[in-house]
Design a binder for this molecule. Structure first.
Ligand code: SAH
Ligand code: SF4
Length: 371
């Protein structure tokens, strides 16, 4: 499922691929570096701003590449700390990119730490029963250029709010690949995009500050373990018996826990870093103390950090979040065993809830406008 745009995004090019394209026109290699500098360091929004490039070359670039493949069409800031950007692709597909601001003590909101949640697909094919992103299935994969463009839009937006620290090229602190879509189902585009973001001629953004979240595609987790760049990994576990997990995550039929857990261990050992186990708490589905005890044992065995996320209700779906007492009791089972655990509290930290829902509403409004 691919969308082939009239012009490929410039954000999908590597220094090497752009150098090759330019060489076909007889342009010297240094041009590619200059052009990418304009894009990632100056964040220009028009070819005309690339003032050191000859006019004929700028005209060719304009005919050949798309400079802005993701247009900001709406923005919703919640009263707390999230800032959701609704972006429209060239085929009118909508995706969400979310800025999560974590205020730092003693400084204003503009100096908060920023985590950016990005999408990798339009919709999702995995069919997890609790999730808004997968409700309409998968529409298509995003290209590497569309993935990178999300971060560039964030940079442009943040540059306008706060002057950028000179030492840092990116206007944010962390990237979490937790938006719409299953990142490992769009593996090649994901790795290409993250490689571009990491490269010195791109945003120079450290791989260790990038967390990829997956519903558990075992062969791809093993492939990711072999990548040169050491990304962080988060597993959407949400059930620690096959019975519970299969009920809410169909992917567990293809890759049950007996395959998933060893793959996660391989990844953790390769990278020598803690993996995160994400566990949404859904009332009467996976919030029993038996699940808590098993989760504790798995986490201790893998040396993983556990992220407990009280479920965020999705319109039209029957699932609920458990009471605060029940959430705490669940967390206590892990705390008592000294398993590192976070129980998300503040609304703004509910990254997942932020993703998928603004887009769903806009799609509905569009459909209503057509009929
Ligand atoms: N497809 C990937 C990444 C995107 S989902 C994955 O599943 O890991 C990011 C996280 O949000 C996942 O842990 C997902 O299970 C969780 N999530 C989805 N819907 C949610 C909801 N309504 N409330 C809380 N978390 C949710
Ligand atoms: Fe897809 Fe992740 Fe949602 Fe499952 S939780 S449907 S894998 S986006």
């Amino acid at each position: 499922m691919k969308f082939v745009p009239a012009k490929p995004p410039l954000t999908g090019e590597t220094l090497e691929s752009l150098t090759d394209r330019l060489a076909e026109r007889g342009e010297p290699a240094y041009r590619a570096k200059q052009i990418l500098g304009w894009l990632y360091k100056k964040r220009v929004t028009s070819w005309a701003e690339m003032t050191d490039q000859p006019a004929a070359l700028r005209a060719w670039l304009d005919e050949t590449f798309d400079l802005m493949p993701a247009e900001l069409v709406a923005n919703r800031q919640s009263e707390d700390v999230t800032d959701k950007l609704l972006l429209e692709m060239r085929d009118r597909s909508l995706i969400e990119t979310v800025i999560i601001r974590v205020p730092q003590e003693g400084v204003g909101q503009d100096h908060s730490r920023k985590t950016i949640c990005i999408s990798t697909q339009v919709g999702c094919a995995m069919g997890c029963v609790f999730c808004a992103s997968g409700l309409d299935g998968l529409k298509r994969d995003l290209s590497a250029g569309e993935i990178v463009a999300q971060l560039l839009q964030v940079c442009r937006r943040e540059d306008a709010r706060t002057p950028r620290a000179r030492s840092e090229l990116a206007s944010f602190d962390n990237i979490v690949v937790m938006g719409m879509g299953e990142p490992l189902a769009n593996y090649d585009a994901l790795i290409r995009a993250l490689t571009i973001l990491n490269a010195p001629w791109g945003l120079g953004f450290g791989a260790r500050r990038i967390t990829i979240s997956t519903s558990g595609l075992v062969p791809k987790i093993l492939q990711l373990a072999e990548e040169k760049l050491g990304f962080r990994l988060a597993i959407s576990l949400h059930g620690v018996t096959d019975e519970v997990r299969t009920k809410i995550m169909p992917v567990n039929k293809a890759y049950p826990l007996a395959e998933l857990i060893p793959a996660v261990k391989v990844f953790a050992e390769r990278h020598g870093r803690m993996v995160t186990l994400e566990f949404i708490l859904i009332e009467d589905v996976n919030d029993s103390l038996d699940q808590a005890r098993l989760l504790r044992d798995y986490a201790a065995d893998i040396h993983a950090h556990v992220n407990l996320i009280p479920y965020n209700t999705v319109e039209g779906l029957p699932w609920k979040r458990p009471s605060l007492t029940r959430q705490e009791r669940f967390a206590d089972v892990l705390r008592d065993a000294r398993v590192p655990v976070t129980l998300r509290r503040e609304k703004g930290h509910d990254i997942a809830a932020a993703c998928g829902q603004l887009r769903l509403q806009t799609e509905k409004d569009r459909a209503a406008a057509v009929t």
